[in-house]
Design a protein around this ligand. Structure first.
Ligand code: SF4
Ligand code: SF4
Length: 165
């Protein structure tokens, strides 16, 4: 049974008021490449509808549809006739999923890599040598201490570590 959670709906609205402009026309879903390749299983309009209705359980616990499938290509945002900022709204939903340890394994692995190396996918020695041979500039290393400080400040580190418990 779907339970309406008014607090959750208000939280999303407070995060991004454009949610209230949606009139469920489906233009976003019609233009979404992920909706296309999943035959509509992933559906941005549905996520917005569930947010409007405050269906926290469906969005966070059951992830139906799964917000992690969004590639953040912004096509839906460009197409929406009501200027609904879908990806901003999805960010809040994904943050809540993250806090509840509902995130894909790949996200955990990449989060850890950013914490350890400053980048999601570290460069291999072979790539570094090939770049040098091609005369490409040396890739600057990220300020890892600053990245780790930010991740600690935003509780990212704590939540990522919790995911391993
Ligand atoms: S295109 Fe905009 S108004 Fe239409 S369903 Fe999607 S979010 Fe709502
Ligand atoms: S940003 Fe996400 S929901 Fe919007 S069109 Fe791209 S993949 Fe689909």
């Amino acid at each position: 049974m779907n339970v309406i959670n008014f607090d959750f709906r208000n939280e999303v609205l407070k995060h991004n008021a454009s949610l209230s402009y949606c009139y469920q026309c489906s233009t976003c879903s019609g233009g979404c490449p992920i909706a296309l390749i999943t035959n509509g299983k992933y559906n941005p309009r549905k996520i917005i509808e569930e947010a409007i209705l405050g269906l926290q359980d469906k969005l966070i616990e059951r992830q139906d549809p799964n917000p992690w499938l969004c590639s953040t290509c912004q096509r839906c945002v460009e197409l929406c006739p009501q200027n609904v900022e879908l990806t901003e709204i999805f960010t809040l939903i994904k943050n809540r999923c993250f806090e509840n340890h509902k995130y894909p394994e790949a996200f955990y692995i990449q989060g850890h890599s950013v914490y350890e190396n400053g980048v999601a996918i570290p460069y291999s020695n072979a790539i570094i040598v090939r770049r040098k041979n091609l005369g490409l500039p040396v890739i600057k290393t990220a300020p890892i201490e600053e990245i780790q400080m930010l991740m600690k400040e935003t509780n990212f580190e704590k939540n990522i570590l919790k995911g391993t418990e």
